[in-house]
Ligand binder design. Structure first.
Ligand SMILES: [Zn+2]
Ligand SMILES: [Zn+2]
Length: 251
């Protein structure tokens, strides 16, 4: 049987269908050249536009929506972040937000492949790093959830791009100063942003991968820890940026 006849036979029998990574509906893939979302996380024609890359005006340092091109937000003007560059696929809203929530809280691990494929699109033009590393999950959250969504996304980006993944460059740690005066909830809040780099980070150019960046406090702490541990430079790769009302920014 000729390949073209085989294809038309499979289509007529409904066997050439695949499953949309987002809505999970079966569909027959169109010409691969016309659908940018193919491979491990294909999107059906209805869902592909929901994940179109959005070129929103943003702060060049932290990707906060600024309303104007080539602007820096007030926080980055007063306290520049420690990373060299940032890439964000979109805003934390709509289908992208929903996919992240389903991955994170619904345990739909295959959605990490879709998010990883999105990140691959925005990072191909960047100088490649020596290592991708995810923001580590707090051990308490990891025990409860059973997986780290940032690690799953970094693994997916690694599969798309072939860039080396080194998940053990950072770990969460407790502060060195005693905080016995604080209530347990305050103590938990205070310890949330403490990281320590392992010796393996020394001399590396590292991409820090995470699902969402909200205030940037966690990311700043993680990047600072890597640099303090001897990393050469860091870049931040995030799926979504949370719009944040700020007195410094004209929305
Ligand atoms: Zn779909
Ligand atoms: Zn900024």
């Amino acid at each position: 049987m000729l390949p073209t006849r085989l294809t038309s036979f499979l289509k007529s029998a409904g066997l050439a269908q695949t499953r949309c990574a987002y809505c999970l509906s079966p569909f027959t893939p169109e010409d691969p050249a016309r659908n940018p979302f193919r491979g491990p996380a294909p999107l059906c024609p209805a869902c592909a536009p929901l994940f179109a890359l959005s070129a929103f005006p943003r702060c060049q340092h932290c990707a906060l929506p600024t309303g104007t091109e080539a602007a820096l937000c007030g926080e980055c003007l007063s306290t520049p972040p420690p990373w060299k560059s940032i890439a964000a696929y979109g805003l934390y809203q709509g289908a992208l937000r929903n996919a992240i929530l389903r991955l994170k809280f619904g345990g739909e691990i295959p959605l990490a492949s879709l998010i990883g494929a999105c990140l691959d699109k925005i990072t191909t033009a960047l100088p490649p790093p020596d290592a991708l590393t995810p923001i580590p999950q707090h051990p308490r959250h990891l025990r409860r959830r059973g997986f780290n969504q940032a690690h799953e996304i970094a693994k997916a980006l690694h599969r798309c791009s072939g860039l080396p993944l080194r998940a053990g460059l950072l770990r969460r740690t407790a502060p060195h100063t005693p905080q016995t005066g604080l209530a347990s909830t305050e103590r938990r809040r205070e310890t949330r942003h403490f990281f320590e780099a392992t010796t393996q980070a020394r001399g590396l150019r590292i991409w820090l991968v995470d699902d969402v960046m909200t205030t940037g406090v966690t990311m700043r702490a993680a990047a600072q820890a890597l640099l303090a541990g001897g990393a050469l430079e860091t870049a931040v790769i995030i799926a979504a940026r949370t719009p944040r009302m700020s007195s410094h920014v004209q929305q």
